[in-house]
Write a protein that binds this ligand. Structure first.
Ligand code: FES
Length: 164
C-alpha cells in the first residue's frame, strides 16, 4: 500500500504509519469499520491527531468530516494527547455518597486539571466515569491499571505521588 502522506506529525513515527496503513488496508472495504479503524489507530498512537484522521479518511475513501464526526462523538476516542497516567475517578452513586467529589477537587487543585484535560507536563489525564463496577470498594479511583479503593480525600495526592 502506498498512501501518500500529506502531513507528518511529530507523535507518529514511521513504524506507526506502517502499522496504521496495514489497518486501513485491512478494513478499507469493510462497511461500518470506521470505529474499529479509529480504535486500532488510537491504540498505536495514543490519540487521534487531525493528520491521522485525514490519513484515515483518504485511505478509506471517506470524507474527513465523517471520520472526524465519529472520532469526536464517541468518548472512547481522544483528539488530544493523553497523559502518561489516566486517572479515572468514579462519580457513580456509591462513590458519590462516600465523598468522591472532595478527592476530585483536590486533584483538580493540585494539578490544575479539570475533567477531560491533561496536565501540561503530560503526567496525568483526568476522567470522571460512572460506576467502575467496584462499588464495594467505594470510593474508587483507577490510575492506569491500578484500582484504588476506599480512598480518603486527604490521601489522594499521596497516592498519585507514586505516578511520575
Ligand atoms: S459507584 Fe463507584 S464503583 Fe460503583
Amino acid at each position: 500500500m502506498n498512501l501518500e502522506r500529506y502531513h507528518c506529525h511529530e507523535d507518529i513515527t514511521e513504524i506507526m504509519w506502517e502499522k496504521i496503513d496495514i489497518i486501513i488496508e485491512t478494513y478499507k472495504n469493510t462497511p461500518g469499520a470506521v470505529i474499529t479503524v479509529l480504535r486500532e489507530c488510537q491504540n498505536i498512537v495514543g490519540y487521534l491527531p487531525c493528520e491521522l484522521i485525514d490519513h484515515i479518511a483518504a485511505g478509506m475513501n471517506l470524507p474527513g468530516s465523517e471520520i472526524f464526526g465519529v472520532a469526536s462523538f464517541y468518548s472512547l476516542f481522544s483528539l488530544t494527547p493523553k497523559g502518561r497516567h489516566t486517572i479515572k475517578v468514579c462519580t457513580g452513586t456509591a462513590c458519590y455518597v462516600k465523598g468522591i467529589r472532595e478527592s476530585v477537587s483536590r486533584i483538580e487543585n493540585e494539578y490544575n486539571l479539570k475533567e477531560g484535560q491533561t496536565t501540561d507536563d503530560q503526567r496525568f489525564s483526568l476522567e470522571c466515569v460512572r460506576c467502575l463496577g467496584a462499588c464495594g470498594l467505594a470510593p474508587v479511583m483507577v490510575v492506569g491499571d491500578d484500582t484504588h479503593g476506599d480512598i480518603a480525600a486527604e490521601n489522594v495526592i499521596k497516592i498519585l505521588d507514586d505516578y511520575k
